[in-house]
Design a protein around this ligand. Structure first.
Ligand code: MF3
Ligand code: CO
Ligand code: CO
Length: 267
């Protein structure tokens, strides 16, 4: 989300709300699993949008949250190569060597689940593979810092330190966000910062961690379509996103995909 919204309060979700967040998170992850085989050379991002839209509305009974959100025209975001985030699906065909982020947000029973991952179209370049891996690890390190008593600064610091140690840069204009009945709630979850700074985490908080990492400089611009964010220097950019709940003794990732649910690293 946009890192410049007015301050509201950070909610502690009730057990009933948390149960619904688990369902919404799982359904959002399922859309990423469903779309994977379709992400091939020659497909258009608009076709991917239609397939996701149909799956969400007809198979899942979910509402695609992006559609008509602040006039966003499609049901998913597709951000290709030097596009950082909020790419609008269109008629351009994916080609071998592209990398694409697909960002899915569903609403089920009034609650949002928000998650994104990177896909390789054919074989990626060495740089693309490295950037995508570092970005996923950065998200995972940020999530690993989440527990009661830790702060938002601990998350940002873990991400920034790791990304910059690889010579890449963090986009600062967009951040993670609280999530629940609203798509974007308080708090803002910056992907950079200082350990110990900021809000102290408490059980029942729900927010996303979604670092955007550029191979080049951190600067971005928004295209005239009003949505698509690209790197100013046209360098490659990657993003991964999970929705996370703060639990009594740590955290729970609500948007694990099948491959992650089978991984002993995610108990
Ligand atoms: N899913 C994005 C996020 O992670 C927000 C997309 S807003 C949209 O916060 F309108 F572009 F869909
Ligand atoms: Co998000
Ligand atoms: Co998202």
């Amino acid at each position: 989300m946009d890192a410049s919204k007015p301050k509201m309060s950070v909610q502690i979700k009730s057990p009933e709300a948390i149960a619904k967040m688990r369902v919404a998170g799982r359904l959002a992850a399922d859309v990423l699993d469903m779309i994977e085989p379709y992400v091939q050379p020659g497909v258009t991002t608009e076709e991917l949008d239609r397939i996701c839209h149909r799956y969400m509305t007809e198979s899942q009974g979910t509402i695609p949250a992006p559609l008509h959100y602040r006039n966003f025209p499609k049901s998913i975001c597709t951000s290709v190569n030097h596009q950082v985030c909020h790419g609008i699906p269109g008629g351009k065909r994916l080609k071998k060597g592209d990398v694409v982020n697909i960002d899915i947000t569903v609403i089920k029973d009034g609650y949002h689940g928000d998650t994104s991952k990177m896909f390789f179209v054919g074989e990626p370049s060495v740089l693309a593979r490295r950037l995508v891996t570092v970005t996923q690890q950065a998200m995972q390190l940020g999530i690993a810092a989440i527990r009661p008593g830790a702060t938002l600064g601990d998350i940002g610091h873990a991400i920034q330190r790791f990304v910059e140690s690889h010579g890449y840069s963090i986009v600062r204009e967009y951040c993670g966000h609280g999530i629940g009945r609203d798509f974007h709630e308080e708090p803002q979850v910056l992907h950079y910062g200082k350990s110990g700074d900021g809000l102290v985490l408490r059980p029942g908080m729900c927010f996303t961690v979604e670092p955007m990492v550029n191979a080049g400089k951190r600067f971005i611009k928004v295209l005239p379509d009003g949505w698509t964010v690209i790197t100013k220097d046209r360098s490659l950019s990657a993003q991964w996103e999970h929705t996370v709940l703060v639990t009594q003794d740590g955290h729970e990732v609500l948007t694990l995909r099948a491959e992650e649910r089978d991984d002993p690293a995610n108990p």
